[in-house]
Design a protein around this ligand. Structure first.
Ligand code: AMP
Length: 172
């Protein structure tokens, strides 16, 4: 994973003072790196019976959709309020820099189906925790959270309520 780690670009003080933003666009822009990232995020779940991969708007979409194809699964968008056109449920949460809400379509999966959650970064864990609550709220069994980057020092994993996390690159 060291080659992927070397493609992650640190942007100090973005989007606000004191935050070191982990910019994954150099990874996405590298055809070989992008392909290896998607495969590595999907690998642990190839035999997990995953019916859907859920991605969190917006950077999460760039990884969740190809991981879904890699696993032969469907894709479920978890979006910012007001973006999804059909009936939704909503979850409020706090993030590293502010507060926000997420929504999911009530019929995105059939209750009991196994869903893998995917995102680019876990920081405080509020976003992933909100996404897990939404998925469980529509009856999903959340089999895991596959994330590219874990900011270990923010202890986001503690917010996940027992959902197993698979992080490729960890910052201590
Ligand atoms: P959190 O809810 O604090 O775990 O924040 C996770 C969400 O915010 C993810 O969807 C990330 O895309 C984004 N995020 C938070 N902190 C960072 C960071 N330092 N670098 C890049 N993205 C971040």
């Amino acid at each position: 994973m060291e080659d992927l780690r070397s493609l992650i670009r640190d942007i100090p003080d973005f989007p606000q003072q004191g935050v070191v933003f982990k910019d994954i666009t150099p990874v996405l822009g590298d055809p070989d790196g992008f392909a290896r990232l998607v495969k590595a995020m999907a690998d642990p779940y190839r035999d997990a019976g995953v019916s859907h991969v859920a991605g969190i708007e917006a950077r999460g979409f760039t990884l969740a959709a190809p991981v879904a194809l890699e696993l032969g699964a469907g894709f479920v968008p978890i979006r910012k309020p007001g973006k999804l056109p059909y009936e939704t449920i909503r979850q409020d949460y706090e993030l590293e820099y502010g507060t926000d809400s997420l929504e999911i379509h009530v019929d995105a999966i059939t209750p009991g189906e196994k869903v893998l959650l995917v995102d680019d970064v876990i920081a405080t864990g509020g976003t992933a925790a909100a996404a897990v609550k939404l998925l469980e709220g529509i009856g999903a069994e959340v089999v895991g959270f596959s994330v590219f980057i874990e900011l270990v020092f923010l202890s986001g994993i503690e917010m996940l309520d027992g959902v197993p996390i698979h992080a490729l690159v960890r910052y201590h």
